[in-house]
Design a protein around this ligand. Structure first.
Ligand SMILES: Nc1nc2c(ncn2[C@@H]2O[C@H](COP(=O)(O)OP(=O)(O)OP(=O)(O)O)[C@@H](O)[C@H]2O)c(=O)[nH]1
Ligand SMILES: [Mg+2]
Length: 324
């Protein structure tokens, strides 16, 4: 087999640097790198800066005669262009098991190999210790029988982030809440109703559990065509949500929209810093009152969402986890 294998070790989400592998017979690896970079392949053990044609520049590390790492910048467009170039150069993608065996030669057994492959793409910091513990648990208890259960599925949110969708009337403070959680201005927040005209998404770390957080446009009468299109995008986000936060403010009432069957729901009253918040009718139905603007109640909200998605009991449970 003279055609080298080509695959990415880093997750497909944007990052500073991405790492691709070129693996195969030495002459196949050399021919591929020469064609990709327009310069001779680095020698075994060498690390060199190279241009990757018109696509990007970066570093090539020759791990061994048969294996090199190609490290461009980590944008999805650069990855796609390099994949297309690898295709032109007739490299091919390994099947999962082949790729894992090549990526993790130090793994003692298939469970350890699968664990390392999962660890490399897990989104949440809380996944690290739990995944690292799995090979020993599987050895001690044996492979868990049957299909994945609810705990397995909840814990997988540590690997592939859960979707949290915030809905509610215009001016409830949905975008202000996203900005408060992100610690930067992800979405435009403004006193004018109908400010959010798109489904904005940000990846947030909620005390160790990473989620994809969707800010949706507020529903209000007399929406224009752009807002109506944005509302349809919000419907799509809701259809795939794991958790829906219904956010409102004093006097605005609750807006319940259809969501994915089985999605959890949490009612939150925002703008609790206002003088009329304590006695407003929405307070009685809210699980929590927060002020996105002033920061009150944000930590308890983070804890509530995090514990709903991945329960403390799931994390403490010593049984093996079907993580793959
Ligand atoms: N007093 C107070 N005002 C807030 C709070 N959160 C948001 N606001 C204000 O409420 C207004 C609307 O905030 P947004 O975050 O844009 O509201 P939204 O729910 O995203 O609104 P749409 O995008 O129109 O659906 C802004 O003037 C915010 O400053 C809060 O906790 N307390
Ligand atoms: Mg908004």
């Amino acid at each position: 087999m003279r055609r080298p294998l080509w695959w990415w070790s880093t997750a497909p989400s944007p990052g500073a640097i991405a790492v691709a592998n070129v693996c195969g017979y030495p002459e196949g690896v050399e021919r591929f790198l020469h064609a990709l970079c327009g310069a001779p392949a680095p020698r075994r053990g060498e690390v060199a800066w190279r241009r990757f044609g018109a696509v990007d520049d970066g570093v090539v590390a020759r791990v061994s005669a048969r294996h090199a790492l190609v490290m461009p910048h980590g944008g999805p467009r650069i990855r796609a262009l390099l994949d297309a170039r690898a295709d032109e150069l007739r490299a091919h993608s390994p099947v999962d098991a082949e790729r894992d065996a090549l990526s993790w030669p130090e793994a003692a057994d298939p469970v350890e190999r699968a664990m390392l492959a999962t660890l490399a793409r897990a989104a949440s910091p809380l996944a690290i210790d739990l995944l690292a513990a799995q090979p020993a648990r599987w050895r001690e208890h044996g492979a868990p029988a049957g299909e994945p259960d609810d705990r397995d599925r909840r814990l997988r949110r540590l690997i592939d982030p859960a979707r949290v969708c915030v809905t509610g009337p215009a001016n409830a403070g949905k975008s202000t809440l996203l900005n408060a959680l992100a610690g930067r201005e992800v979405a435009i927040a403004h006193a004018q109703p109908g400010t959010t005209r798109d489904a904005v998404c940000a990846r947030l770390d909620l005390a160790g559990v990473v989620v994809d957080w969707f800010d949706t446009p507020g529903v209000r009468p007399g929406m224009d065509a752009v807002e109506a299109a944005a509302a349809r995008l919000a419907e799509r986000a809701l259809a795939h949500a794991d958790l829906v936060i219904e956010l409102t403010a004093p006097g605005l009432g609750w807006h319940s929209l259809d969501a994915a069957p089985g999605a959890m729901r949490l009612r939150v009253l925002n703008q609790c810093d206002r003088a009329d918040a304590a006695a407003c009718p929405e307070r009685a139905d809210a699980a929590l009152a927060v002020s996105a603007l002033r920061g009150a109640g944000i930590e308890p909200l983070v804890a509530l969402v995090r514990n709903a998605l991945v329960t403390p009991g799931d994390l403490a449970d010593p049984r093996p986890w079907r993580f793959a």
